[in-house]
Write a protein that binds this ligand. Structure first.
Ligand SMILES: *Cc1c(COP(=O)(O)O)cnc(C)c1O
Length: 523
């Protein structure tokens, strides 16, 4: 009624004065707020600019730096304050490129071998695009049964992947940390831990568990729970014998052993705890077994490791990170729980303003299985690529990384002055530089302080070089560098580049340490 074809607003001329006044006020504001709905031509312009930049970004990945040390660290973003009036899309895209995408780590790059990478497959961005454009409300079945069914289907697929029975449930979260938190809360409720019990409610894990588990315990009200650091074997896997001994000792002391948190792929070394044997112990003593498989879970897809990952079905709950093992962009974690009811019991709350939404559900509402109500429709970014490609290329890509990590493990130990850690369980390769002056007769490293200083120096040289990105960790106080081979774009040529970067920089450093002709003794 109020708007003519050319977009101008006709003043209301009929009705009681009060209504005319209100209508005029509303219409005047609509004249300004209409900007929020660009015309088809404007949409095309915005889209073209964004897509052009995305294409340029993707085309540059193979040649650009993986890590870019800059002086400004993106400080220029402050020149774009949030203000009353807008800017052109050209200006905005330029700011993103200059201030956000240029400095520091490029996790989309094939040279990203730090932490646990993934990469971010392109069709996920199209799933996100559609999810945002249509804005389906995926938290409640009533609002979008299709979105909720899609969500449930993906959870079912992951549950089946690890061999869970039909009664399993789960949740798609923003990442592994939140999924681990949801698991801890589920365990706490399932085993009826009351606040008064917390100081005697014991948690068992290893020193290598991801730090988000400690965070989750604290947030879940279990800050005062004793946490036992179970011993590890020489490949950094949980010792089942020590786990059993500690549970028995705590029981005998009148404490309540509550939960074991095992890891299927620790972040530091990629070690996979012996989940089957751990399950045996934890079942015998009536504990909840949670496995953080944020990194390793999708290795269930690949033939080399699927048998090992089938042990996950013995756990009560398992976390997987599709933004690692399925190469999705950041913002995708997942929890699967063997007994869906346990997850629901811990998270179901009702509200009177949602009364219309209480309907018979063919698929469980995510809002009843997580702390979130409104949520990003994150199923779409996972479902669309799985539909588009099928599972086979994902399986191949994980296997490729598995063998590429072995290739790098074999190659890096053949470089001069390099020592490697244990053979990788998954795709994290540990190595370090042993400078000539640190090498003692039997080949074992001597002075730890000097060794650490040398590796600190090597990692900062690798960062300054920037062609590839590695991260380091400490194991029993000693610094080790890591190749974490999990970015889907990392191919053998990038592995070779990483190896030559290490070889070159180590050569530079050993020349300094061992001036030509000085003949520093290696033993
Ligand atoms: C990455 C990781 C996490 C944390 O997950 P986010 O998705 O970063 O929140 C937890 N556990 C393990 C083993 C991980 O590798």
């Amino acid at each position: 009624m109020p708007s003519s074809d050319n977009g101008e607003i006709a003043p209301p001329r009929q009705g009681p004065p009060r209504l005319q006044e209100l209508a005029a006020r509303v219409d005047a504001l609509a004249g300004h707020s209409m900007v929020l709905e660009p015309s088809p031509a404007e949409r095309k312009h915005l889209r073209d600019e964004v897509v052009d930049y995305a294409e340029r970004f993707l085309d540059g990945l193979d040649f650009g730096k993986t890590y870019n040390e800059t002086d400004d660290e993106g400080a220029g973003i402050a020149d774009y304050p949030i203000s009353e009036t807008g800017r052109s899309i050209e200006e905005i895209v330029a700011a993103i490129e200059e201030c956000v995408d240029r400095p520091s780590l490029n996790p989309a790059a094939p040279g990203h071998l730090g932490y646990i990478p993934g990469g971010g497959i392109y069709p996920s961005s199209l799933g996100d695009y559609l999810a945002a454009v249509t804005n389906r409300f995926s938290g409640i079945y009533f609002a979008s049964p299709g979105a909720v069914r899609m969500n449930a289907l993906l959870i079912r697929w992951m549950a089946e992947l690890i061999g869970y029975p039909a009664g399993a449930g789960g949740d798609l979260s923003s990442g592994g940390s939140i999924a681990n938190l949801t698991a801890v809360v589920t365990a706490r409720e399932a085993l009826g831990v009351r606040s008064a019990d917390v100081p005697r409610t014991v948690v068992y894990t290893t020193r290598h568990v991801n730090h988000c588990v400690g965070k989750a315990l604290a947030i879940a009200g279990l800050r005062e729970s004793p946490v036992r650091e179970v011993e590890m074997d020489d490949r950094y896997r949980m010792s089942v014998r020590d786990l059993n001994a500690r549970i028995e000792a705590d029981s005998a002391a009148g404490l309540r052993p509550f939960m074991v948190v095992a890891s299927a792929g620790t972040t530091a070394t990629g070690a996979v705890d012996p989940v089957g044997e751990v399950a045996e112990v934890s079942q015998t003593h009536g504990l909840w077994l949670h496995v953080d498989a944020a990194y390793g879970g999708f290795f269930a897809l690949c033939p080399e490791t699927s048998a090992q990952m089938q042990e996950l079905q013995r756990a009560d709950s398992v976390v997987l990170d599709p933004h690692k093992g399925l190469f999705l962009p950041y913002g995708s974690g997942a929890l699967v729980v063997r007994d869906r009811e346990a997850l629901r019991n811990a998270h179901l709350h009702v509200a009177p303003y949602l009364r219309d939404a209480w309907t018979e559900e063919e698929a469980p509402s995510p809002a009843d299985h997580s702390p979130e109500l409104s949520r990003h429709f994150r199923a779409m970014r996972m479902w669309l690529p799985l539909q588009l490609f099928g599972v086979a290329p994902f399986r191949a890509c994980i296997s490729e990384k598995y063998w590429l990590a072995r290739y790098m493990y074999e190659a890096v130990q053949r470089l001069p002055h390099i020592e490697v850690g244990p053979e990788p369980d998954l795709t994290v390769v540990l190595f370090r530089y042993v400078p000539p002056e640190c090498a003692v007769g039997d080949g074992s490293p001597g002075d730890v302080a000097a060794l650490n200083a040398a590796n600190e120096e090597l990692i900062s040289r690798i960062h300054a070089d920037g062609r590839v990105f590695l991260s380091s960790t400490t194991l029993a106080g000693e610094i080790w560098l890591r190749f974490a081979v999990m970015a889907f774009r990392t191919r053998r040529r990038h592995a070779d580049l990483a190896l030559s970067v290490v070889r070159e920089l180590v050569a530079e450093m050993s020349e300094v340490a061992e001036p030509a002709g000085a003949g520093a003794s290696a033993g």
